[in-house]
Design a binder for this molecule. Structure first.
Ligand code: CMC
Length: 437
């Protein structure tokens, strides 16, 4: 094998530069030495949407999009979805290793005992309009937690971080359930710490007058698996927001609010809702060929298909498809499932989708499960946010403890005006009159 360097020739000057390669990557700052005149700033890379730029080194999540591989800390997602729980997976993501029995017991106890929220948070909830979107309420209230826990700004103290992590993971389900109950006009139900994490969430969502809520074990497990599948996905939009905002050293509640806001967008946390709207629009199996024809002609997209990274299959979609069967055995079959399956079957045989490597992604079936479990569409991003919180925290902590990281501050290619002199309003009016003439 040759040298681990890259030689670049600048044809403007004829100069060559030898740049070290590490992990198949060059450092963007090594390009700065490339300039025509000494007073110039130096070469940068231009990469809108970070299509080919690594913003960090990470040991948390590995994705191989061509092979359809997703691993947390080296463990395949399939094994975690089959054998682990969300709470255990959260420990793994944040600490780097699976816990011992003692560690898991303590972790679970701490999370359970931080599910209660300050009574004043309920007043925040009550202040939202009756039809407020639950994701908007979650973004607002999780950010507001920073005003309740002033010690949360001690982000460089590992013991303090631990406390905020228990609080964040514990309270996410409470805030989410309270947002849901508010939007339904239902009284808030308090946490029951004897239940599992997803069971407790179901309790706070659905408990009525019974003294003890008993979650259905299949639905409880399904939710747990969905949380595991959504727990992390390396440097996606919301995780980049978490790292970027966290790099200013703000407290983690504010950073999670920013990450959740990023997830609120339809291109990120909202795609599974779009799938349901699409299935409604198609209406019945006979209309599928016409719908596919429209998509191929560029009139809309097949929602829940395609992925920036996965170009073979999305391993999460495979697990979810199987999970859907378990859930529908309890809730009854979502009538849209038949349309979805037929749509997938037809698309997978079609040259348009084959050529572009478009396959069903995690969102293609997850919305159908959530709907069968009686979640309104507005709650879908909230469910995503609960699972993703552990990933956000793991990535935030990795960023904080990485000596190579600093406050995030990208560069720009400035294409605007050169320096020009301010004109008074009168002068500008004269110019406007002239150009109108
Ligand atoms: N339906 C029809 N055509 C598609 C689709 C689709 N769902 N996705 C991509 N294409 C076409 C696209 O038009 C383009 O065709 P051409 O080469 O002729 O111009 C080609 O495939 C490449 O697409 P792209 O837009 O360059 O791919 P991207 O990596 O920028 O976009 C994506 C990825 C997920 C945004 C896109 O596939 C999409 O919009 N899918 C539908 C929305 C969706 O399901 N989003 C959830 C993603 S998974 C959630 C997560 O992991 O966060």
């Amino acid at each position: 094998m040759g040298k681990e360097t890259l030689t670049i020739t600048d044809n403007r000057t004829g100069k060559t530069y030898e740049i070290p390669i590490q992990n198949d990557t060059i450092k963007a700052l090594d390009l700065r030495q490339i300039k025509v005149k000494p007073e110039e700033f130096g070469m940068m890379t231009y990469d809108p949407a970070f299509m080919n730029t690594a913003s960090c080194k990470s040991k948390i999540t590995f994705i191989d999009g061509d092979k359809g591989i997703l691993r947390y800390r080296g463990y395949p997602i399939e094994q975690l979805a089959e054998k682990s729980t969300y709470v255990e997976t959260a420990y793994l993501l944040i600490h780097g290793e699976l816990p011992t029995k003692e560690q898991l017991d303590d972790w679970t106890f701490q999370i359970n005992h931080h599910t209660i929220i300050h009574e004043n948070i309920k007043k925040f909830m009550d202040g939202f309009h009756y039809d407020a979107n639950p994701m908007g309420m979650l973004v607002g209230t999780v950010g507001a937690l920073s005003t309740f826990y002033k010690d949360a700004k001690e982000i460089h103290d590992p013991e303090n971080r631990k406390k905020q992590i228990y609080r964040l993971i514990g309270k996410m389900i409470t805030l989410s359930a309270f947002a849901f109950r508010h939007s339904k006009g239902m009284p808030y139900a308090y946490p029951d710490n004897e239940l599992s994490y997803p069971g407790n969430f179901l309790n706070m969502l659905w408990k009525m007058t019974e003294s003890k809520f008993k979650p259905h074990p299949v639905l409880e497990r399904a939710l747990d698996v969905l949380f595991i599948l959504h727990a992390d996905h390396e440097q996606n939009c919301s995780t980049s927001a978490m790292r970027g905002v966290g790099s200013s050293h703000v407290d983690p509640f504010s950073a999670v609010a920013a990450a959740a806001a990023a997830l609120y967008g339809p291109l990120h946390g909202g795609a599974n809702a779009e799938v349901l709207y699409m299935l409604d629009e198609i209406g019945s199996k006979e209309n599928i060929p016409a719908f596919i024809k429209n998509v191929k002609e560029g009139k809309g997209k097949l929602m829940g298909f395609g992925h920036r990274v996965y170009k073979n299959f999305d391993p999460r979609a495979k697990i979810i498809k199987k999970l859907a069967e378990d859930v529908f055995a309890v809730t009854g079959r979502n009538p849209k499932l038949d349309i979805a399956m037929e749509l997938e079957r037809i698309a997978l045989k079609d040259e348009y989708f084959i050529q572009r490597k478009l396959y069903a992604n995690v969102d293609f079936y997850s919305g159908l499960i959530y709907q069968a479990m009686d979640f309104p569409i507005d709650m879908f991003p909230v469910l995503f946010a609960i699972g993703r919180t552990s990933g956000w925290i793991a990535q935030w902590q990795e960023m904080l403890t990485d000596p190579e990281q600093k406050i995030a501050r990208p560069r720009q290619v400035y294409l605007g005006y050169e320096s020009r002199d301010y004109q008074s309003l009168e002068e500008r009016s004269k110019v406007a009159v002239k150009s109108a003439v």
